[in-house]
Design a protein around this ligand. Structure first.
Ligand code: NAD
Length: 487
């Protein structure tokens, strides 16, 4: 069973300071899936001490990059062996479809670790720059103790977006998983230990908001890497700002899929629906506003309606046929149902869904719901719903489509669907978001990911993502020096 009595701190399984526990509920069955200690302020303090100590003493401190990469490679191999188990666990924990668990949760996490393992081997942690007065040795040093704060929707993958560059940079981490989905982080701890990660490099303390804030404000933490809601991000950013503490904030989104008139609709529908509803609609990068020209609007609405109505709701555990799982919690279903009611009240038209799927008396399910006749100023077009609710908005011409896409407080992702890729790239150039895809939905591990506007601050992935876990130091040298570089 998935019951954990201890926390992983300082390379050991240790008793938590307090008696409180998190009960992890399978959102499809409402049954108990597992439980973990609920970390307290004292646990965070202990974890920060362990992370600081690993940074300054012991095997990790000053370990050459190639040796760090070897450990990362061993962890990757162990994660690969456990991939199926982890996908099943995360499906039960999050309620996501199994296919998404295999590719979007576990597969993607492993690919990110693979990327950072290779980057660690190649990266120039020291370089010499010739300057007017002589050479300067530029070092990229570990940023230090990182507080990693993770949401519930993609727990292992988002952990890896933070752990990958932590290990690559030689930093250490106190990881705070979300209370709803802490279980995969315990498996990760076991595997990291088995892989030979030195004590204190990764410490895991599942906790709620208040204890999370203690991590954010802890005087011995050097950087916060947060993924979650814009509301929490604003608070965390303010707390970091007061302390002049670097932080990366990966926040919400309300991305637009621009369907251009030249597209073969039948060919794109499966991927468009997957981009709009992935992870049961609980994805920051979800393409939840579908923009179609007035010329083809009715046709697009019909095709999207049909495809969304064909999604199969149910308990995804052990069943690849289920393509729409539940929402994470009852409160999340309440929230999503509130948005559906708001859309109806604003005069938008439900073309499919709008209620709870028939025949499922357990689990926090909502039907896949499409709203047509939506104006971009409506609440359902402006706010992140975080459920399988999509809006279809008509546009006049391509410039109008770009204007509507940009008429958002968010700027995380976006897509354009067209038979003219060059024109699609021009559309992408015009939309103010950090991540864009022409024909499909993608993320590139070697390229920066992050948000414009209210979608965040900073970037993950790519050398830019590693850069946010490094601190630059310049050592000015006497003319003619040719220093030996150390990575
Ligand atoms: P949330 O902001 O409520 O919580 C996220 C995490 O932050 C949790 O671990 C929570 O305990 C912790 N937390 C919340 N307030 C905190 C505080 N003041 N101090 C310290 N820790 C705090 O978000 P959620 O409901 O778990 O996740 C959904 C949100 O995450 C959505 O808005 C979604 O768009 C966003 N998200 C963004 C990305 C991205 O890469 N941009 C990826 C996935 C999810």
């Amino acid at each position: 069973m998935n019951h954990y009595e201890q926390l992983y701190i300082g390379g050991e399984w240790v008793n938590p300071a307090g008696p409180d526990r998190f009960q992890v509920i399978n959102p499809a069955t409402e049954e108990l899936l597992g439980s973990t200690p609920e970390g307290s302020v004292a646990d965070i303090d202990r974890a920060v001490v362990a992370a600081r100590s690993a940074l300054t003493t012991g095997d990790w401190a000053g370990m050459p990059a190639a040796e760090r990469a070897d450990i990362m490679g061993r962890l990757l191999a162990l994660l690969g062996e456990k991939a199926d188990d982890l996908a099943n666990l995360i499906t039960a924990e999050v309620g996501c479809p199994l296919l998404f668990a295999h590719f979007g949760q576990v597969g993607a996490a492993n690919m990110v670790l693979d990327y950072f393992t290779n980057l660690t081997r190649e990266y120039e942690f020291e370089e010499v720059r010739q300057d007017m007065l002589g050479p300067a040795l530029v070092r990229k040093e570990p940023i230090g103790v990182v507080g990693g704060i993770i949401p519930w929707n993609v727990p292992l993958f988002i952990t890896m977006l933070k752990l990958g560059p932590t290990l690559a940079s030689g930093s250490t981490m106190v990881l705070k998983p979300a209370p709803e989905t802490p279980l995969s982080s315990f498996v990760l701890a076991e595997l990291a230990h088995q892989a030979g990660l030195p004590a204190g490099v990764l410490n895991i303390v599942p906790a709620g908001r208040e204890v999370g804030e203690h991590l954010v404000t802890h005087p011995d933490v050097d950087k916060i890497s947060f993924t979650g809601s814009t509301v929490a991000g604003r608070k965390i950013g303010a707390l970091c700002g007061e302390r002049l503490r670097p932080c990366t904030l990966e926040l919400g989104g309300k991305s637009a899929a621009i369907v251009l008139d030249d597209v073969d609709l039948d060919a794109i529908i499966p991927e468009l629906i997957s981009a709009a509803t992935m992870n049961n609609g609980q994805a920051c990068v979800g393409q939840t506003r579908i923009l179609a020209s007035r010329t083809r609007y009715a046709e697009v609405v019909d095709a999207v309606t049909e495809a969304m109505a064909a999604l199969v709701p149910g308990d995804p555990s052990g069943n690849f046929d289920v393509t729409l799982g539940p929402l994470i919690a009852e409160r999340q279903r309440d929230r999503v149902e509130g948005y559906i009611a708001a859309g109806i009240a604003e005069g938008a038209r439900v073309t499919t869904g709008g209620g709870r799927p028939a025949g499922l008396d357990k689990g926090w399910f909502v039907e896949a719901t499409l709203f047509a006749d939506v104006d971009n100023s409506m609440k359902i077009a402006q706010e992140e719903i975080f459920g399988p609710v999509v809006v279809a908005i008509p546009y006049e011409d391509q410039a109008d489509a770009i204007r509507i896409a940009n008429d958002s407080a968010y700027g995380l992702s976006g897509t354009v669907w067209t038979s003219d890729v060059e024109n699609g790239i021009d559309v992408a150039r015009g939309v103010r978001t950090g991540n864009y895809t022409v024909n499909g939905f993608g993320m590139a591990w070697g390229a920066p990911f992050g948000g414009f506007k209210q979608s965040g601050v900073g970037r993950e992935l790519g050398p830019e993502g590693l850069g946010e876990f490094l601190a630059s130091k310049t050592i000015n040298l006497p003319a003619g020096t040719e220093p030996t570089l150390k990575y």
